[in-house]
Unconditional design. Structure first.
Length: 142
């Protein structure tokens, strides 16, 4: 199963405070362990929301909202995408990770990613799932 591991933002990450050298080294080592274990598919830190935009959709209307966004507790500072055997395995790996925001008590959220087979009930002929698999193969270079 694939999971998205979301690192919640804090006031420092929203202020654009970069990690100290030791945290970069610790995270680099942790990322290498994830790669060596065959789990890590992607992982990146995100710039503060002040550099982002949101698009609100209402019918055919699209409204662009410039950052920063007020609710820090709802913002994401970074993410990983992992391939794991179970949610329990993902939890064990998150428990081992360095604190991404030293001196604070950050939250890390783990959420399963939908797989094409999850949509079987909505796609009885399998046509949409087959198209999705073809797209995924193209993205993967296959």
């Amino acid at each position: 199963m694939r999971v998205m591991v979301l690192i919640k933002a804090d006031p420092n990450s929203e202020a654009g405070v970069l990690p100290e050298e030791q945290l970069l080294a610790d995270m680099g080592k942790y990322n290498q362990e994830l790669v060596n274990a065959g789990l890590m598919l992607a992982g990146e830190g995100l710039h503060p929301s002040s550099r982002g935009k949101r698009v609100r959709m209402s019918g055919d209307q699209r409204t662009v909202i410039d950052g920063p966004f007020a609710e820090t507790k709802e913002l994401i500072a970074g993410f990983w995408l992992w391939q794991v055997r179970s949610m329990e395995e993902a939890l064990e790996w998150v428990k081992r990770m360095p604190n991404p925001m030293p001196g604070t008590e950050p939250e890390v959220e783990i959420r399963p990613v939908f797989e094409t087979e999850d949509f079987a009930a909505s796609d009885p002929t399998g046509e949409h799932r087959a198209a999705e698999e073809r797209l995924r193969a193209r993205i993967a270079g296959g």
